[in-house]
Every structure is written in C-alpha cells, then in structure tokens.
Design a protein around this ligand. Structure first.
Ligand SMILES: NC(=O)c1ccc[n+]([C@@H]2O[C@H](COP(=O)([O-])OP(=O)(O)OC[C@H]3O[C@@H](n4cnc5c(N)ncnc54)[C@H](O)[C@@H]3O)[C@@H](O)[C@H]2O)c1
Length: 336
C-alpha cells in the first residue's frame, strides 16, 4: 500500500461513516485548507461533489497537501492571509475557519501571527459568512480549558488559562474567537458552531522543526532511532484522536441543525501518559530510541481528556479508531 492509498482509504472510511450526510452542491470555504485537518476536509468535500474554496497562506500548511486537487473543476485555491480582508463573489454556503498555527513549538516563534489568525482572522471569516448567510464552523481547541480541574472535561468547564504565559497567544485568542462567534450569533443571528478539538494525529501532520507535534515528532524520532524528546517526567496525559474520526466529527458538527450555536468537544476519550505513547510508538516502529527528558514548558496541562457525551448525543458521533491502529497507519504513511 502506498502513501496516497492510506489517505484514500481514510477518505472512503469518513464518507462511509457520514452515511447520508453530504455537502454535495454546496460551496464550502475552508481557511487553513492546506494544513493537516483542512486538507482532509478538502478531500472529503471534493469527493462528495461540493465546491471547495481552499484559502491558506502556507504559514504551516503545505502546497503538496492539496496540489492533487488543483486540476479539479470544483476546487479553487486562494493564497491569502485571513487576518487581511478578502471578498468572494460566488455564493458561499459554509465557512470552516481552521487557519491558525497549532503546534506548541510555534507559540514561542509566531505569537502575533497566531493571535491575528484567531481574532482578526475569525472576524474576517465571520464577516464572509454574514455577507453570504453561510453557516460558520470555528475550530477551537482543548487548550482553552488550560490545566483543567475536571477530567474528563465537559464543554461546561470554563477553563483555567494563564493569559500572559507563552501559551496565552493560542489559548486566549481561541477563547476570543469563540466569544466572537457567539457575538455574531447573538447580534446578527449567524449560524455558528464551535468545535473544541482535542489532540488529533494522522497522515499529513508535519513532523519537521517547530511544526512537529508530539505524535509526529515521536514517530519521526523512533523511525530514525534518535532519542525521543519528553518534556517533564512524561506522566502528563493526553488523549489522541485519529484524523478520520476528527474530520467526520467536524463535518457532522457543520451539518446538524441542532448544532447551531453549540460548542462541542471532538476527541478520543482514551487518556494515556506521554511515556506510554512513547513506548507504544517504539514498539510499533521496532525502535531502539532512548528517552531524552527536558524541562516541562510553563503552563503545560497535567491531564487532558475530553468528555464526548455531547458529541455522542448531538452529532451521533463517536471515536472509532483505536490508538494502536491509528498510529500504525500514520507510521506506514510517514515511512514512505
Ligand atoms: N490537530 C490538532 O490536534 C488540533 C487540536 C486543537 C485545535 N486544532 C485547530 O484546528 C485547526 C487546524 O489545525 P491543524 O492541526 O490542521 O494545523 P495546521 O498547522 O496543519 O493547519 C493550519 C493551516 O492554517 C494555515 N494558516 C495559518 N495562519 C493562517 C493565516 N493567517 N491565513 C491563512 N492561512 C493560515 C496554515 O498555513 C495551515 O495550512 C487550527 O485552527 C487548530 O488550532 C487542531
């Protein structure tokens, strides 16, 4: 099986799981469409015969994620920074606003661009939705909960975030983005939906430099028998969701009428420690990498696990792909 086959199988699986949910004949604007999650959304929507406008400035996304779609009649790519104004003449039915750098290593290097994408960018994307009377999906994050005191964390938990710490650029701008979505709903009656995404991994997640996130970085290090970088003692927990489950959840959230004005956690509730993650990846890759311990960055949450009962009820969605299965698929993809 080749690199592309792993992605194509995933797309087929998402469409099968979506059953009768289809965006056929709708025009969907995806900001951040050349990124990890955005490019999967582009692929699924093009397969469903939707018209897709993919907007991205390649801050952290890659042209290669969507280059195979450029010759499709229903696909249009617009290179643009969403924190700057932009207008579209064609009628847009759904706006999915994903544009934002998302790797913790980027928080240190690009805090201003992150704040602009989630505040000015959300404002501009909401303005487009308002002009077109389109539905609006905002991709927020589990980071808005900070170091959560309730585990598994329900949507009703309001968070505990340090506004002036290094992570503040991301956490607080996502919180402001959420508030702006609700303001547009209350003041202009806009149909908004907010996804609080918990750690998601899979093919197309970058492993290089500051773009690498914990799963892609560990796999890359394990495959190359390099030391695996662990921050802190590795006893902090995370819950990892495979990309096909996440993309299905986002599309369900954009679809159901009942989800208007709702904020929904989307993630996998299987909580494991970072040390356990490293050991599982070492085993699957048959690696002899050592573990290399570094100081824990400030405000790093000790535990993270979503309560997904709302997604189960409202979106008739559940996470399906087990961690070992998802990691095996991602490792195969990264090997090529
Ligand atoms: N993957 C996860 O685990 C996760 C978890 C929580 C939230 N999210 C959110 O989901 C969204 C997508 O994340 P991802 O994992 O695909 O990350 P990603 O970095 O792969 O994708 C983000 C995309 O947005 C683009 N972008 C950034 N700033 C932009 C700007 N100003 N104008 C236009 N394009 C811009 C990047 O070039 C990239 O293609 C982000 O908003 C992120 O905060 C992701």
């Amino acid at each position: 099986m080749g690199k592309e086959d792993i992605i194509q199988e995933g797309i087929t699986e998402i469409i099968r799981n979506l059953k009768n949910i289809s965006f056929e004949d709708q025009t969907v604007l995806i900001t951040g469409g050349a990124g990890f999650l955005g490019s999967w959304l582009c692929d699924v929507l093009i397969k469903q015969n939707a018209r897709v406008i993919c907007l991205d400035n390649f801050a952290s996304g890659l042209e290669g994620n969507v280059s195979h779609l450029l010759n499709q009649e229903n696909f249009k790519f617009v290179k643009h920074d969403i924190s700057q104004p932009i207008y579209f003449d064609e009628k847009i039915d759904v706006v999915m606003h994903l544009a934002s750098r998302a790797s913790p290593l980027e928080f240190d290097k690009f805090p201003i661009q992150i704040i602009k994408a989630n505040t000015l960018g959300t404002w501009i994307a909401l303005g487009i939705a308002k002009k077109h009377g389109a539905k609006f999906l905002f991709t927020s994050t589990s980071e808005i909960y900070g170091d959560a005191k309730i585990i598994p964390t329900p949507e009703t938990y309001n968070g505990d975030v340090n506004p002036v710490g290094v992570r503040g650029c991301y956490d607080e701008s996502k919180r402001a983005g959420e508030a702006m979505c609700m303001a547009y709903m209350r003041q202009h009656g806009l149909d908004v939906r907010i996804a609080r995404i918990f750690n998601t991994y899979g093919p197309r997640m970058r492993a290089d430099g500051v773009y690498g996130r914990v799963v892609s970085r560990f796999i890359h290090q394990a495959l190359n028998n390099k030391p695996i970088t662990i921050f802190g003692d590795g006893k902090q927990t995370r819950s990892f969701c495979y990309v096909t489950d996440q993309v299905e959840g986002l599309l369900r959230l954009a679809w159901f009428d009942e989800a208007k004005g709702e904020v929904v956690n989307i993630g996998n509730p299987n909580e494991i420690t970072i040390l356990e993650l490293a050991e599982i990846i070492k085993k699957i890759t048959n690696s002899n990498s050592s573990l290399d311990f570094h100081p824990l960055p400030p405000d790093d949450p000790r535990r993270r696990c979503p309560d997904i009962s709302k997604a189960r009820r409202l979106l008739k969605w559940d996470s399906k792909v087990e961690l070992k299965e998802g990691l095996t698929r991602m490792i195969e993809w990264l090997k090529f």
